[in-house]
Design a binder for this molecule. Structure first.
Ligand code: AMP
Ligand code: ZN
Length: 474
């Protein structure tokens, strides 16, 4: 088939024509979430843009197989194998077992994805399902001389490679994230960028998940998971691998090192990286107390698809700053756009030439390095163009296979809620904030007084796990 999609490849640092290994078929891999906490909307920006990439590839005609791992073991606080185990940290925080935490946050992740119309990958594989595959890979790497045992852990020997920094020309010192002021250097490593393939000497006495291995009871390193899981499901050759930009080093660099050493040939041809969503204070973090989640947006009555549209309006290769002001503008545009589409008359004959013309325009926008904002412009151009309503509606429906904004579905929560007086809504939300602040200051009398004051006006507050919900009784 014609290969019309061009994407920026982090490996070559160029926008390139995307040509898969097998004509018409795409093998795609996505680094999945570390399930120790809710995903923040920054994480979800990456998954939204990867979803658009996958749907674009399908839209232009490829048969895509997409695989994603779930990191439920092995990811330490620093990506360079130091610091606390993230899963253990989550379990301690909530007084639960690691597996309970993994299940809860895996479900929460897919529930967020559903709300954002992110398609579930064809294969989703938790790392804890593939321990045998990881052990096998580590055995082969030791046999081939790429790995060594030291201080009871197995390390990958980066000095054995011709080229380790495949994504970057930067100096080693600039890239090296393993030794920071607050983190102890691992003296078992022969070279500073060597990384752990298998831990047996756990730094944590209470490490919950452990398996037998030829090197003693232990658990896999984080990086080996993605190599093991992708090779298990996609074979020795991969077309495209995705993740956020923070994954480039060390995670993806290490994935390439160990996969190619294991396979003995080039592994993945295209690397797709999404830039970060930042808040006003900078990088998003899950350790800053209340962090931005889909549930938080919902508690503020914001439809998650408005956040999806917010992401689609900017390019995935640019950092994006989150603000409620911009989100409010996007919300207004989203409601207006949907209204316009839903008012189109659906019956009548589709004008095939016009349909084809605009479908091509839409494909071309996306094929140009997943330019989602241009694709949205095509939606507006199409609505303004000279063609009948039935054709416009059919095009909107077709475009929504990729945009996934429910553009032709009339069941939006916000639409139902539009009967709520905006002034009343603003008043109640301000009171809810005031009550939250009072609770934070431990002024419970004031918090109760605010609740009672609202109740006297027929406004009932309900505290839920996701935040405060309110209803007006008639
Ligand atoms: P994690 O659950 O930490 O393994 O991260 C899941 C995904 O989110 C990875 O692909 C990260 O690269 C990506 N990611 C992390 N922080 C951000 C951010 N602020 N904006 C966009 N993507 C992010
Ligand atoms: Zn990964």
């Amino acid at each position: 088939m014609e290969n019309k999609v061009k994407i920026f490849n982090t490996l070559t640092k160029k926008v390139e024509k995307f040509v898969p290994n097998v004509d018409g078929k795409v093998n795609m891999y996505t680094c999945g979430p570390t399930v120790y906490h809710f995903a923040h909307i920054g994480n979800l920006r990456s998954y939204i843009m990867e979803d658009v990439l996958e749907k674009t590839l399908r839209y232009v005609g490829y048969d895509v197989k997409r695989v994603m791992n779930i990191t439920d073991v092995g990811h330490l606080a620093s990506d360079a194998d130091t610091g606390e185990d993230k899963m253990l940290k989550g379990a301690k925080r909530e007084n639960k077992t690691v597996m309970e935490i993994a299940k809860f946050y895996t479900d929460a992740f897919f529930s967020d994805c559903e709300k954002l119309n992110i398609k579930r990958p064809d294969v989703v594989e938790p790392a804890t399902n593939c321990i045998d595959e990881f052990i096998h890979m580590v055995e082969v790497l030791i046999e081939k001389g790429y790995a060594y045992l030291s201080g009871e852990n197995v390390y990958f020997d980066t000095s054995k490679l011709k080229e380790y920094y495949i994504f970057s020309n930067q100096s080693e010192d600039e890239l090296f994230v393993g030794v920071r002021d607050d983190v102890e250097e691992d003296t078992n490593k022969k070279n500073k960028n060597d990384f752990v393939l298998w831990f047996t000497k756990s730094k944590f006495e209470d490490q919950a998940l452990k398996w037998d291995s030829p090197w003693g009871v232990g658990y896999p390193g984080w990086h080996i998971e993605c190599s093991g899981i992708s090779i298990k499901h996609l074979g020795e050759y991969m077309d495209i691998h995705c993740g956020g930009v923070d994954n480039i080093f060390p995670h993806h660099t290490n994935e390439v090192a160990q996969s190619e050493a294991y396979l003995g040939h080039k592994w993945c041809n295209y690397w797709f990286h999404i830039h970060h969503l930042n808040d006003k204070s900078g990088k998003m973090s899950k350790s800053k107390g209340e962090f931005l989640t889909v549930s938080l947006l919902e508690s503020k009555n914001i439809n998650p698809l408005v956040y999806r549209m917010f992401c689609l309006q900017s390019h995935y290769r640019k950092p994006l700053e989150f603000s409620y002001e911009v989100l409010a503008n996007v919300e207004a545009a989203y409601i207006k756009l949907k209204k316009r589409i839903l008012e189109l008359k659906k019956d009548g004959e589709i004008e095939q030439d016009k349909f084809a013309e605009f479908r091509t325009k839409f494909e071309d926008a996306l094929a140009n390095d997943i330019n989602t904002s241009s694709a949205i412009t095509v939606v507006y151009d199409m609505l303004k163009a000279d063609m009948n309503d039935a054709t416009k509606f059919a095009l909107a429906k077709s475009f929504d296979e990729v945009l996934s904004l429910n553009l032709t579905v009339a069941d939006e929560k916000k639409a139902e809620d539009s009967s709520v007086d905006p002034e009343l809504e603003a008043y109640v939300l301000a009171k809810i904030e005031e009550r939250k602040e009072a609770k934070k200051q431990k002024d419970f009398a004031k918090a109760d007084a605010i609740r009672d004051e609202l109740a006297a006006q027929g406004i009932i507050l309900k505290d839920t796990r996701e935040g405060v919900e309110w209803t007006k009784v008639q």
